[in-house]
Design a protein around this ligand. Structure first.
Ligand SMILES: C[S@@+](CC[C@H](N)C(=O)[O-])C[C@H]1O[C@@H](n2cnc3c(N)ncnc32)[C@H](O)[C@@H]1O
Length: 213
């Protein structure tokens, strides 16, 4: 990741946001759409599998799946403070030795990241401008399952994101959110040999789980 991009992620996903999210996670557990993805994965059977959790935040998916029998996990996150928060939860759970914590842009690190049985990106695609590189590199590392939470392709979602980005530009904040066309995201996944296993469409977010056919 170039240094400007690194600074953008570190500034956006900073200590403040990470400790607020960590407090909320400790009080309430994973958010609703994250819980849906975890449930869909558990119903496929995760016992003994490996996990690559990209943009894990506080690591809600990693912690839940380790508790359900996932053997090892790798968390890759561009934010140091979020990586620290995920590590603190793993230490509290006594699972820190089962997790590798990698700091940086997954797309840039992809060639050095091993494949895993399960790859997840929970609310990550919308943070990244180069969706094709993020999706192609991450699906290439998924041996069996590929799970996503990302924004729906609806006018109200696009409008909300446009307003958000307008405010960001007014504040001269370089962090922008992206509403990547759903058809393009799905095409990237299906052409790499995956088939749909689960889908939930909410007002803003959708949850999708694919399995290698
Ligand atoms: C909106 S947060 C979501 C965190 C968590 N998955 C959740 O749903 O609560 C996005 C996270 O993805 C990370 N991220 C975004 N693009 C990334 C990339 N290309 N490589 C690694 N991490 C990335 C950010 O640093 C941040 O921690």
């Amino acid at each position: 990741m170039d240094c400007c991009k690194t600074q953008t992620y570190e500034r956006q996903f900073d200590e403040n946001l990470a400790s607020n999210d960590l407090r909320r996670y400790r009080r309430k557990g994973p958010d609703r759409t994250t819980r849906m993805l975890i449930k869909a994965l558990k119903s496929e059977g995760v016992e003994g599998k490996t996990l690559l959790d990209i943009g894990a935040g506080v690591g809600a998916i990693t912690h839940a799946l380790l508790a359900s029998g996932v053997r090892r996990a790798v968390i890759v996150d561009a934010s140091g403070p979020y990586l620290g928060a995920a590590r603190r939860v793993a230490e509290a759970n006594g699972t820190q030795d089962q997790v590798d914590f990698v700091h940086g842009d997954f797309v840039e690190l992809a060639s050095s990241i091993a494949a895993a049985d399960i790859v997840t990106l929970d609310r990550v695609i919308c943070c990244y401008s180069d969706m094709p590189s993020l999706v192609s590199n991450s699906t290439d590392r998924a041996r069996r399952y590929y799970g996503l939470v990302y924004p729906r392709d609806r006018w109200w979602v696009r409008l909300a994101i446009r307003i958000l980005n307008f405010v960001q530009r007014l504040r001269r904040d370089p962090f922008l959110v992206f509403a990547h066309p759903n058809r393009e995201v799905e095409d990237q996944i299906l052409t790499r040999g995956f088939e749909g296993r689960y889908r939930h469409e909410g007002i803003f977010w959708q949850v999708a789980l694919y399995r290698r056919a």
